[in-house]
Design a protein. Structure first.
Length: 211
């Protein structure tokens, strides 16, 4: 088994310390940092994403794998920056104003990072202006809004309106998700995309950034 396969395997089992050591070993042995990312860390996270979609693993396993992914990515970060490797795209994510739930948001964030996207996490209880201003200042291609309460999902419509008012609606895709949200609601408020789970959200985001 190659060291890159070992990284992927250990990541899937959530062995963060081992992943960190193997990533350092791989770089020290002369493997290109971008290769370590694309053929070691990302494939491991993709496997977990697919398994999560098919209900073969659950939230705890995803969180542990994502932690391992993050530890590996921390080792690579300085090398990648030096080499000028750019992220696939940039996304800002948050739970909308009035809502303090963050498990779903955190899962989506991890899946997005697992696909090589740069994610700006705005946290919970995020005002519509904050989403829009961050997207403008940080040059994000996508705004991701999460809500768990039926009482807060209406705020997503305000985010769409604010983006229109700011004149960035044609430049920024707005993705929404969360328990009370569905495709019909997405169409009604004029958002671009609704996905039922974190792994699908990450796939959709990559497509948007490529487009």
């Amino acid at each position: 088994m190659s060291i890159l396969e070992e990284i992927s395997e250990n990541l899937q089992h959530g062995k963060a310390k081992v992943v960190k050591e193997l990533v350092q070993q791989a770089v020290d042995s002369g493997i290109d940092p971008e290769t370590v990312l694309k053929e070691g860390l990302l494939p491991g996270m993709n496997v977990i994403g697919e398994k999560f979609k098919n209900n073969e693993v659950y939230v705890p396993e995803v969180l542990v794998a994502a932690r391992a992914m993050n530890m590996g990515a921390q080792v690579l970060k300085p090398y990648l920056e030096k080499a000028g490797v750019k992220a696939v795209g940039r996304v800002c994510i948050g739970t909308v104003q009035g809502d303090l739930h963050d498990i779903g948001k955190n899962l989506v964030k991890m899946m997005l990072e697992g696909k090589g996207l740069e994610v700006i996490d705005l946290g919970v209880d995020v005002a519509p202006e904050t989403f829009v201003n961050t997207a403008i200042e940080q040059n994000c291609q996508i705004i991701c809004c999460s809500a768990l309460l039926t009482t807060t999902m209406g705020v997503m419509e305000d985010v769409v309106k604010k983006a229109e008012e700011a004149g960035i609606r044609d430049k920024v895709k707005i993705m929404i998700g969360g328990a009370p949200v569905d495709e019909a609601f997405c169409k009604k408020i004029g958002a671009d995309c609704y996905t039922p789970d974190a792994a699908s959200a990450a796939d959709a985001a990559v497509e948007f950034c490529r487009g």
